[in-house]
Ligand binder design. Structure first.
Ligand code: SAH
Ligand code: SF4
Length: 361
């Protein structure tokens, strides 16, 4: 079924033409949706009857079930419902020069990483490209500035939903006008997907969720590591870096006493050395607490020491500021069900379809 942000410009043109509307209307509709980036209902340069017709023929794929604001309003988390009642979460982060949307590529995730709330909840279904694009546009309706960055770091493993992810990337690039380096695809290590990505026409930024530098430890955290162990994963990342002439980001969630010791830094440096300091960037993230995983983030001072050790060993390393922890929107805390107990209590449900509950904190 065609949806508002799943439909192509040609589909709008064909529908408008067959309903007797002048040609220029297609440009106006497209402009309202993708350039002015506003809800159709507020595009008052379009006749009301036309807006009604589009609403009927090109319905939204997602319903906003709840919306929460955190970090003094600079982080917003959306809980969206699909037409078949799956639920996905999207996060908008705004800072002075950028507005980033963190999108979900699947409802749930089948990868089962032990430390991740999405992995703990399991897989529901694949999202299509229109559902991915709609998350960005609807989240963008909340800010005046255009969305500048998109990261595939919400629910799901984007490379396990390759075709929809790539179709969405192409549209983010062309229809939303976001440059390749501002589109980040994050993967837990689907090696064939990384190799395929290296041959695509748009050189997106690749992030690899590493979290451990030896197979024994990584196997306990990330089941997929048994299928694609570290040597294969690093080789594919290296291929990506070479093909693009760009560095790959390695995400590393620090877990107290588990992967944050000096020997772990040494192993990490050894593992990434083949990529050289220009080919790899390590992003250290304090682990976010999730319901079914007992690990804890180390003290911040330890994470900084770890980063310093990596730098001394010749790696490029930074510590990521955690955003969204106050609304359970930080990495790994995206949960799919309203009512899942979290430290802050459940999200509040909105009163009905196409409505939203805003909770400013
Ligand atoms: N499936 C993809 C993208 C979604 S997960 C992937 O795994 O890369 C987005 C990021 O959140 C990944 O880097 C993931 O490892 C990280 N993450 C998951 N659970 C986390 C947690 N509890 N604390 C910190 N980061 C976490
Ligand atoms: Fe899936 Fe990524 Fe979570 Fe692993 S970390 S379960 S791949 S969303």
């Amino acid at each position: 079924m065609r949806t508002r942000y799943g439909a192509s410009k040609a589909e709008y043109e064909a529908w408008l033409q067959s309903n007797g509307h002048p040609r220029y209307r297609a440009e106006q509709v497209w402009d309202a949706l993708y350039h002015q980036r506003r809800p159709l209902e507020t595009a008052t340069n379009l006749p009301a009857a036309l807006r009604d017709g589009i609403s009927r023929e090109f319905p939204l794929a997602l319903t906003t079930i709840a919306e929460r604001h955190g970090d003094r309003g600079t982080t917003r988390k959306f809980l969206f419902g699909t037409r078949d009642s799956a639920q996905v979460e999207t996060v908008l982060m705004v800072s002075p020069n950028r507005a980033t949307v963190c999108v979900s590529s699947q409802a749930g995730c089948a990868m089962g990483c032990t430390f991740c709330a999405t992995g703990q909840a399991g897989f529901e279904r694949q999202l299509d490209a229109g559902e991915i694009i709609e998350q960005i546009l609807v989240a963008g309706h909340d800010v005046d500035e255009p969305i500048t960055n998109v990261v595939f770091m919400g629910m799901g493993e984007p490379l396990a939903n390759y075709d929809a992810t790539w179709a969405a990337v192409e549209r983010i690039h062309t229809d939303l006008g976001i440059s390749a380096r501002r589109i980040t695809v994050s993967t837990v290590g689907v090696v064939p997907g990384i190799r395929r990505l290296a041959r695509e026409s748009i050189p997106v930024t690749l992030a690899v969720s590493l979290h451990a530098a030896d197979d024994r430890l990584r196997n306990t955290m990330i089941p997929l590591n048994r299928r694609y162990p570290l040597t294969e994963l690093i080789d594919a990342a290296h291929e990506y870096a070479r093909a693009r002439g760009r560095r790959v980001t390695f995400e590393y969630a620090c877990i107290d006493g588990v992967n944050d010791q000096p020997e772990h830094a040494e192993r990490l440096a050894e593992l990434l050395r083949p990529l050289g300091p220009l080919g790899a960037h390590v992003n250290l993230i304090p682990l976010n607490q999730t319901h079914d995983f007992s690990g804890r983030a180390p003290a911040m001072v330890r994470i900084r020491d770890f980063a310093e050790q990596l730098t001394d060993l010749g790696l490029n390393a930074t510590v990521r500021r955690n955003r969204g922890t106050d609304i359970d929107a930080a990495c790994g805390q995206l949960r799919e069900r309203i009512g899942t107990p979290t430290p802050l209590g459940p999200l509040r449900a909105g009163p009905g379809p196409e409505s939203s509950t805003r909770m400013s904190e």
